[in-house]
Design a protein around this ligand. Structure first.
Ligand code: BMA
Length: 328
């Protein structure tokens, strides 16, 4: 059995037991969606967002698509990780000297990475087209934005929660400026968060139909004693549009460009009405995973139909067994 090396130590992590007789690797929260339409003034939909534990409660950076459809980032607070309240003002950033930096045209799909005693935020930003941005915060009040790490076009970046072989490591999915009919997961290294290199291909789309068009990293990789558990999104192109499912891979501990196990099946695909009906039907998109260090329970936050925020649950034992039993 794999053991969680670094998870969360929480009394109050969201959790619901698996329904009796349910055999899929992940089960949905019975009260989904947890964030419905128009949760705060001026925001039409909140999805693809990243809650994390903070001071015994929960906080997060959320994608809020405004009433003009343009996405911006918002801070949200919660006592139980299920009911969130949002700040009315979008996040504004300062540079490393503490000076305000101009707001970009849009920001979306944030990941929040607990790292030492602070958090990194990685999201898709406008830099003459979409690309990855990084910021750092201690308190979710002041957000320090670093130099843009990658050239456009790239959306979907996530950092590992610690350095590996003395380097920061980023998974990302290079793309184009539109709806990107391709996508593979790459890994890049940096000693200083400014200069990125040693790019390696981690995983290519294509073998399985559910991720035939693109595959990208989801939440922050979960450190196990025998590998990194990475939830992914995979995209199938049907005659009726793209379908986004949730998958998973396990990467080598010391050389995470190496895939140890690649699950040939999706773990979850759009089935519930809040996943199949909405602004963009048939999309489930995981962006945050809480893992309880002691029990191995996992609470997975995902966006559904580019409209709602939802929760699903599994355990490290259950999901790792499923991945290994169904490895390609
Ligand atoms: C992807 C991202 C996500 C979105 C998905 C489905 O390319 O932009 O934000 O959820 O498309 O529309």
């Amino acid at each position: 059995m794999s053991k969680v090396v670094k998870g969360n130590k929480m009394q109050n992590m969201p959790w619901e037991e698996c329904p009796k007789g349910y055999e899929q690797p992940i089960w949905r929260y019975s009260q989904n969606p947890i964030i419905k339409r128009r949760p705060v003034e001026g925001v039409s939909r909140v999805f693809n967002s990243a809650p994390v534990p903070f001071n015994g409660e929960f906080i997060g950076v959320f994608r809020g698509d405004n009433v003009d459809d343009i996405p911006h980032l918002y801070v949200g607070h919660s006592k139980d990780g299920i009911h969130f309240e949002f700040e009315k003002e979008q996040i504004h950033f300062v540079n490393e000297k503490g000076e305000k930096v101009p707001d970009t045209n849009y920001q979306y799909d944030p990941r929040v990475i607990p790292f030492e005693d602070y958090f990194f935020i990685v999201w898709c930003d406008d830099f003459a087209g979409p690309t990855i941005a990084i910021a750092k915060t201690y308190d979710f009040k002041k957000f320090v934005k670093f130099d843009t790490p990658f050239l456009p076009y790239n959306r979907n970046g996530v950092l590992f929660p610690r350095k590996i072989n003395d380097s920061y490591m980023m998974l990302s999915r290079p793309s184009d400026s539109g709806h990107t009919a391709f996508g593979d997961i790459f890994i890049s290294e940096s000693k200083d968060l400014t200069y990125w290199g040693k790019h390696r291909l981690v995983m290519q789309r294509g073998y399985e139909w559910w991720c035939a068009l693109k595959v990208g990293a989801g939440p922050v990789p979960i450190e196990l004693d025998d590998g990194w558990l990475v939830f992914t999104h995979g995209v199938n192109r049907t005659c009726n549009g793209y379908v986004y499912s949730i998958g998973a891979i396990i990467l080598d501990k010391d050389n995470p460009s190496k895939v140890l196990y690649r699950c040939k099946n999706f773990l979850m695909t759009p089935e519930a009405e809040y996943e199949t009906v909405g602004f963009v039907p048939n999309v489930i998109f995981p962006t945050s995973a809480l893992v309880d260090e002691k029990t191995g329970r996992i609470a997975l936050y995902y966006g559904s139909a580019d409209t709602y925020t939802c929760l699903a649950f599994t355990t490290v034992d259950r999901v790792v067994k499923y991945i290994k039993d169904n490895a390609r």
